[in-house]
Design a protein around this ligand. Structure first.
Ligand SMILES: [Zn+2]
Length: 76
């Protein structure tokens, strides 16, 4: 998958997580927290699967990474 797209989708998933956490804090309703944890797990899976160096395949870590920490390949 295109890394720009991966970054965009990751940010969207993370935003959903943040909104759910906020809703839980405001409403004090546990289901929002449970949903937030679910979204966070989905985020982790998505990032660890797709947020990888196109050259060496190593996980890139931070979403704002500009270069691969392993081989130095430039990231979008
Ligand atoms: Zn690399």
């Amino acid at each position: 998958m295109d890394l720009k797209k991966v970054r965009k989708i990751s940010i969207i998933i993370y935003s959903v997580f943040a909104v759910l956490m906020l809703l839980m804090v405001i409403t004090l309703k546990a289901p929002f927290g449970i949903a937030a944890v679910g979204v966070l797990i989905a985020y982790g899976l998505f990032v660890s699967t797709f947020w990888r160096c196109p050259k060496c395949g190593k996980a890139l870590g931070y979403l704002w990474a500009k270069h691969c920490s392993d081989c130095g390949e430039k990231i979008c």
